[in-house]
Design a protein around this ligand. Structure first.
Ligand SMILES: Cc1ncc(COP(=O)(O)O)c(C=O)c1O
Length: 466
């Protein structure tokens, strides 16, 4: 139904005009043309409140994935908008080279206060990929300044995701070599802990995890420790389907890095800012990384901002040498309005105890999602805080995967969408709503997933063997 909307900067347009305008002029990320032009249709969103969103047709959706694990404080936070407007009126921007601003100082202090261990300094940037790029460059320069100019290699994990700019994509596993190779030199990948599908025959649980940790050490030794700058990993691997290792895994990583002079980078771009029921997922683990990347929930999506948190030992070389700066400059690093948005977001986290809400609601939702195990295609349900996942399989015995492109996955995903749930459905259905979600909305998410699986299971009964 055509509706006239009045709040667009481009002037009033009908829903059809917005959809056509999007198809004609917006290059939507990560979407193929067939999907947006035909199968799923182009969705243009207009407004949000809490865990709910409305598109230009006024269709309501539950945001089951908080944008992309971003809108932790929920949609429609007028107070963040007000803080941004005030800052924009007072001072929006000064050069990121050589200067900083009042809100950037306040934000650095507020974040340092919450970071684990002795991490006390922030390098600001505009998002997760930039945070990863920055951490990698910091690692390489710090190693060189410590007297190891040959330490340029970075070891990441198989199945990992660290972003899509060129350097970050080099660390991301399953890279699109056919379009973008060759990638950054000196990147290697080792197995990642997986408590549902162990990488090592016969090993499960912590034994599998420690074998994965030892794979880092084997790779460091094979490459020659004097050539390795850093290793990078998500504390809880979202990319590998919400894999939660025990603290012993990270303790071992810390020991390996210390033994070989390698810097340890924890990528908390998704994990951080309360997603796991603690401010940072590293708080569930044993050990403090040398650097931590963050973005997304830092501002709950109200402004594009990311950061790298570092320990004093990472920065001390720059103080000692005095006349050397980091060979890295991002025009929008620490942009004042973005910092004001993040600061207000953190204030809301504290005022409303949002991290505890994530922990408590996550526990409730995990219990509800566990009921879905009665489906013939639900192989596993797992998660921590409001970072949850339902792994769907063709066969529970063999754990055979559907594969992301299988029509079963597409059918389930389509049904969720039609039922008003925004979710991320691959081999795993990711569930990660804003922390302000209500019990009724959580129940609605579980019920839509339940119905969608039932519909797809009926259509693919032959393949499932039911
Ligand atoms: C673990 C991790 N690192 C880095 C990134 C890249 O962040 P961005 O998309 O903000 O560049 C992502 C994005 O989802 C991520 O999940």
């Amino acid at each position: 139904m055509a509706q006239t909307r009045t709040n667009s900067g481009a002037g009033a347009m009908t829903a059809e005009q917005y959809t056509k305008g999007a198809l004609d002029h917006v290059w939507v990320h990560s979407a193929n043309w067939q999907d947006i032009a035909e199968n799923k249709g182009m969705k243009v969103f207009d407004r949000g409140q809490g865990a709910l969103l409305w598109d230009v047709n006024d269709k309501e959706y539950i945001d089951g994935i908080a944008g992309l694990w971003v809108v932790n404080a929920g949609h429609g936070r007028g107070e963040i908008g007000d803080a941004m407007a005030e800052q924009a009126k007072r001072l929006a921007y000064v050069s990121a080279a050589n200067y900083t601003t009042v809100p950037a100082v306040a934000l650095a202090e507020a974040v340092a206060d919450l970071l684990p261990g002795d991490m006390d300094r922030l390098f600001f940037c505009s998002g997760g990929s930039e945070a990863v790029e920055s951490a990698v460059k910091i690692a390489k320069q710090v190693q060189a300044m410590r007297g190891f100019p040959r330490r340029y290699k970075i070891i990441a994990r198989r199945g990992s995701y660290h972003g899509m700019t060129h350097g970050a994509m080099s660390l991301t596993s399953g890279r699109k070599e056919q379009y973008f190779g060759p990638f950054m030199a000196g990147v290697y990948h080792v197995p990642s802990p997986n408590n549902y599908r162990s990488q090592f025959p016969g090993l499960t649980g912590v034994e599998d995890e420690l074998a994965c940790a030892d794979a880092f050490e084997q790779e460091i030794e094979y490459q020659d420790p004097e050539t390795v700058a850093a290793i990078i990993a998500e504390p809880i691997s979202t990319a590998n389907g919400v894999q939660i290792p025990s603290p012993a895994y990270w303790k071992r990583l810390r020991e390996i890095c210390d033994k070989h002079g390698v810097l340890l980078i924890a990528d908390e771009v998704i994990n951080g800012w309360g997603r796991s029921g603690k401010y940072f997922a590293m708080e569930h683990m044993d050990g403090v990384p040398d650097m931590m990347t963050m973005a997304k929930g830092l501002s709950s999506g109200y402004a594009p901002i990311g950061a790298v948190g570092v320990r004093p030992g990472v920065f001390e070389g720059f103080k000692e040498k005095g006349d050397v700066s980091l060979g890295h400059l991002l025009t929008f690093g620490g942009q004042a309005v973005a910092c004001a948005a993040a600061l207000k977001n953190i204030q809301i986290f504290k005022d409303e105890d949002l991290v505890q809400q994530s922990a408590d609601k996550g526990e409730y939702m995990l219990k509800q999602l566990n009921e879905l195990r009665s489906h013939p295609t639900v192989g596993d349900v797992r998660g921590l805080g409001l970072m949850l996942g339902v792994e769907i399989v063709k066969n529970k015995e063999t754990k055979e995967k559907w594969g992301r492109e299988h029509e079963f996955v597409k059918r389930a995903s389509q049904h969720m969408n039609e039922s008003g749930l925004l979710a991320r459905v691959w081999d795993i259905i990711h569930v990660a709503p804003p922390f302000v979600i209500t019990t009724e909305e959580m129940d609605r998410i579980v019920s839509i997933i339940d119905d969608s699986l039932t519909v797809a299971e009926k259509e693919f009964a032959d393949e499932i063997g039911t």
